[in-house]
Ligand binder design. Sequence first.
Ligand code: GAP
Length: 527
Amino acid sequence: MPGGATVGASMSTKSLEKIMALCKRRGFIYQASDIYGGLNGFWDYGPLGAQLKKNLRDLWWHDVVMEPCNGAVGPDGRPVEVVGLDTCIIQHPKVWVASGHTDTFNDPMVDCRETKARYRFDHVQVYVPADGAETTKPRFAFVAGTPSEARQRKKADKAFGTVSVVPLASLPVESWARVIAPDADSPGTLTEPRAFNLMFRTYIGATATEDDLAYLRPETAQGIFVQFKNVIDSTRVKVPFGIAQTGKAFRNEVTPRNFTFRSREFEQMEIEFFCHPEQARDWYRFWCAQRLAWWKTVGLAGENLRVREQTRDELAHYARDGAGTSDIEYRFPFTDPDFGEIEGVAHRADFDLATHQKHSKQKLEYFDADRGELLPNGGRKGERYLPHVIEPSAGLDRGVLALLCEAFTEDASRPSPELLKLHPRLAPIKAAVFPLVAKEGMPEVSARLHRDIAQRLRRHGFVEHDVKASIGKRYARMDEAGCPYCFTIDGQTLQDQTVTVRDRDTGQQERIGLDHVVAYLGDKLGV
Ligand code: GAP
């Protein structure tokens, strides 16, 4: 449905609105199809946003595939091994039958945490005060044609006098805390509509009959499971090892909202780590700790980041029998004081390999030559088994949003009252060079310095050269863009070959030699 993203009006969403405005103003994120009024649940990344997103994706790839866990050893005492993969968005439709997505991807449902009842989201209606008056009293949900209709009506009449009926879908999710589910006693027990049952459909080929039906993948994970055998057969990897990939996923979310947090098209960064079933608990703990530590290295350190073990009720169907699932969560302005998931680490046991083995009729068992009975010759008999899987599954867009929220800072005393304190490793603009004024030879010196820095740093991000507007305005622009260092050529540069370097976070300036600038930046950025 076309239209802008839904944003509530609480104090905390006010700062989300400011972040969204800055993102648009500085070219980080725009509403998709903006000139046509936007498309709800779809977002485009502008020049700075695309680079920020790429920096985060590249860092993940480096720290997961190129140098897994920075060379740390796993619980088996050996270096962690992970290989990369890049599978298709459109898979054979049987993949989604095997994974369970086809069956469960029906109509959106809401669950009641109190009674464990499940309702079609579009069937749930709510009794509210007839005059629409804002009241803190509970609202009463019911399903037409069931006993809940009369029972809840009685309670609503008593509470409000005259009542109206509205669909649950028309009430903002934030207000559901006051809604009493059709068969419940306490308010706030309805879950949000489940998104797992909403795959986007498409057709392969020209005829577009139901036989040609295919789906846009709702997660990148399944592409990894269906290529598990090929990876084992074509490389020298041995269990335990991981397969990682990044890529787009699509979910026709019922209530996309909170900027890019819940979108209909988003990008995931997923690892499927295969291990012996007996080692699964150790690897689960290992990956929970590793992934939390990784998010800290990108600048989410502090009390806004936490890891939370899911309760039994929350566990996905594939994770019910294992070591559990832990969510790495960030306190977003729109979840505050609560937290929102940026990555889940799940023990999926052998659910996926077993189901694909059954549906494809292909043996997906792994032969582990290092296990089994000890033989007289000192070797092992070997063991055949379906590996268990630990899945650290992160959202790239949610990661970028967390970085932006963490970096967003208000300071009325600064040239820019709003700035982004992005981690220098991830900042899209690494440095800017300015002449103090556009005369007296300063632009020529700054152009030369810009060229030298760009030569060294272009691989890592943008280096700006700006000669227009007052120096205060240029600093303000760079602060909003999250550029960590600005170098200014002034009258003194022409005399003693020094420049000022301004630190974005403190606003403090110091002088350094012109010929030290490149080394200074390399040192500060760790590149
Ligand atoms: N393969 C497991 C899986 O897909 P998930 O918890 O559904 O698990 C993993 O998704 C991550 O993908 C989440 O932690 C979140 O960061 C991101 N994600 C999921 N749905 C999203 C959405 N609608 N919009 C943006 N990111 C989403």
